[in-house]
Design a protein around this ligand. Structure first.
Ligand SMILES: *[C@@H]1O[C@H](CO)[C@@H](O)[C@H](O)[C@H]1NC(C)=O
Ligand SMILES: *[C@@H]1O[C@H](CO)[C@@H](O)[C@H](O)[C@H]1NC(C)=O
Ligand SMILES: *[C@@H]1O[C@H](CO)[C@@H](O)[C@H](O)[C@H]1NC(C)=O
Ligand SMILES: *[C@@H]1O[C@H](CO)[C@@H](O)[C@H](O)[C@H]1NC(C)=O
Ligand SMILES: *[C@@H]1O[C@H](CO)[C@@H](O)[C@H](O)[C@H]1NC(C)=O
Length: 295
């Protein structure tokens, strides 16, 4: 009696094992493209390895020692997060000040291509600090400075330990201006006449929040052309491109790239997966029945 229950258990376990085997996800496209950098997942339209993602973002991302970096004309910026649903990427600008550190000035700049593909979001404020009293953003272009959720220069200088120098200015508290990236891009810090700046994202959520708790960083927004990668992905492939011609590719397996998807080719993608699954299921069933018959 006891040995019979044991056998039943064994068979159950065997069956479970085979069911698991049959339901393992397919390992397609995995070899060609790195899916993670540290904890940040890398997905379409981005890619780290050449030929992955879209050619638009080629050489913009780099994974160094488990940290993801976004390269622009002005430097390498650490990627804090990527939200594939909102289509945003938050990066940290090491040359911008935060509440706890006053950084030497070095303006964030993007190439024209980057500016059109993945510009800073409207919710990202560039807060120009210690502006000279004849700064154009205080006079002719004062309309470029926003209300900044009601935060004032003296509040910012006062709350942040790193800005004590600005507080101690004998001629009075130097002006500041919260504006968007476009102002900085087209004027530059020299013309604007502000010695430092800081960047804060989620500007809509800053009302009543102390500068000590602000989310410092730059939020970038990107668009993905509708349906570009959907077919390939649905068929189990990974979207990429030919690194010589920039032609879009669907990476189906280490041995095969197609121009569209992996599904409509015999022996690849959906077709092969389905066949493999049926084969394994039949095998598991036959094995279970033979074991049962042996009892
Ligand atoms: C498929 O494309 C990727 C990315 O361009 C490339 O690395 C890989 O060598 C290609 N594989 C084949 C079999 O052509
Ligand atoms: C990758 O980013 C690191 C970190 O800033 C940088 O030092 C390095 O030059 C970058 N590598 C490439 C190939 O762009
Ligand atoms: C503030 O800006 C002035 C020029 O307008 C500059 O001389 C001064 O050094 C700046 N303050 C700090 C702390 O950098
Ligand atoms: C700007 O902020 C101040 C302080 O919170 C507020 O009283 C004022 O109504 C705001 N102005 C606009 C145009 O939002
Ligand atoms: C003090 O602030 C004024 C503007 O109010 C600015 O022109 C001047 O450069 C500042 N001085 C220093 C030493 O930061």
């Amino acid at each position: 009696m006891q040995s019979l229950t044991l056998n039943c258990c064994n068979i159950l376990l065997l069956f479970l094992f085979f069911s698991l085997l049959v339901h393992l996800p397919p390992a397609l496209g995995i070899d060609a493209c790195q899916k993670f950098c540290g904890t940040i997942s890398i997905d379409f339209p981005f890619g780290i390895d050449d030929g992955c993602g879209t050619p638009d973002y080629r050489n913009m991302l780099n994974c160094t020692a488990g940290s993801l970096f976004f390269q622009t004309d002005s430097g390498s910026y650490r990627v804090i997060s990527i939200d594939y649903n909102k289509k945003t990427m938050v990066i940290f600008d090491p040359a911008a000040s935060t509440c706890s550190s006053l950084q030497p000035r070095k303006a964030f700049t993007m190439s024209d291509i980057q500016y059109s593909l993945i510009p800073p979001s409207p919710e990202t404020e560039f807060v120009l600090l210690n502006c000279s009293s004849d700064s154009p953003v205080l006079h002719r272009y004062s309309s470029l400075c926003t209300n900044f959720s009601g935060h004032s220069c003296s509040e910012i200088y006062g709350a942040c330990g790193a800005y004590w120098m600005f507080r101690s200015n004998i001629t009075g508290i130097p002006p500041c201006c919260a504006t968007d990236y476009t102002t900085l891009r087209f004027m530059g810090l020299d013309i604007i006449g502000c010695s430092h700046y800081t960047t804060v994202y989620n500007a809509d959520g800053l009302r009543g929040l102390s500068p000590l708790d602000w989310p410092f960083g730059i939020e970038l927004t990107y668009a993905v052309p509708e349906g570009t990668c959907a077919e390939c992905r649905r068929s189990g492939g990974t979207c990429g491109f030919d690194s010589q011609t920039d032609r879009l590719l669907c990476l189906c397996s280490p041995a095969l790239n197609t121009t569209h998807d992996c599904g409509n080719l015999p022996g690849v993608g959906r077709g092969r997966k389905a066949k493999g699954r049926i084969c394994l299921q039949t095998f598991a069933l036959i094995l279970t029945f033979s074991l049962l018959a042996m009892l």
